[in-house]
Design a binder for this molecule. Structure first.
Ligand code: TYD
Length: 224
């Protein structure tokens, strides 16, 4: 127990593409840093040099014919590296780690969206992720149509303005796919209400930010 007493805090952001997770994560990081906390922000898939290479394979729409099982395995390959290289060391140093997506995304997208089911995802998590669980997960809930539209628009702009390879492979999925993803996220929140807090992400950025700051302070008993 004493080794854990010094552990930092692990907070994950989850939700559909275009639900505003990344913006909210950065805004929360700013507030926490201003309050004197040491904060690491990171994302999945990615977060390490190897993980970013895996991310490219996973998100590039040029990656044709990837099997759902291979996709699942790559998500966990990226995650295992990320935990070892970034997340665990930061938690050991007592930092707050804010991570854009984690295993709940795999359960929602590969388990729900790709219909692989929750069991293989939870089993792989146990085997490969050493039982690491977020202290708090903020699930940004929004409407399927609105979020996907937003994500598509954003990625189009990114692609044309930076001339980089695109990150559109998931955004080409159907409305039915994202609807399964959303339901799988909500089922996780129902199963683990102590860890997962659903935040309605349909309001303004400022409203959502205020809600998140409040719940993080309460849940983690951080100083004002
Ligand atoms: P992300 O960069 O968070 O996209 P966005 O900013 O649009 O929300 O995530 C990239 C994509 O990867 C997203 O479509 C969800 C997908 N994904 C999975 O399918 N499974 C996973 O385990 C993770 C971490 C992401």
């Amino acid at each position: 127990m004493s080794a854990h007493a010094q552990r930092g805090k692990f907070i994950t952001f989850e939700g559909l593409d275009g639900s505003g997770k990344s913006t909210q994560l950065e805004k929360l990081a700013k507030v926490l840093r201003a309050g004197g906390c040491s904060v690491v922000t990171t994302r999945e898939p990615g977060g390490t040099t190897t993980g970013e290479k895996i991310r490219h394979v996973l998100l590039d729409s040029g990656t044709a014919g990837l099997s759902s099982q291979a996709e699942l395995a790559l998500m966990f390959a990226s995650r295992a590296q990320h935990i070892k290289e970034v997340i665990q060391p930061a938690l050991h140093e007592g930092k707050i780690v804010l991570c854009d997506r984690f295993t709940d995304s795999t359960e929602a997208y590969q388990g729900g969206g790709r219909k692989l089911g929750s069991d293989p995802v939870l089993q792989l998590h146990d085997i490969l992720c050493g039982g690491l669980r977020p202290d708090l997960t903020i699930l940004m809930d929004s409407d399927v149509a609105a979020s996907v539209e937003r994500a598509r628009r954003r990625n189009k702009t990114r692609h044309s303005s930076r001339g980089k390879s695109d990150e559109n492979r998931f955004e080409q999925e159907s409305r039915a796919f994202f609807s399964r993803v959303r339901h799988a996220f909500l089922a996780i929140a129902e199963r683990e209400p102590q860890r997962v807090v659903v935040v309605n992400a349909r309001g303004t950025r400022a409203q959502t930010h205020a809600k998140i700051v409040e719940l993080v302070r309460k849940k983690l008993k951080l100083a004002k």
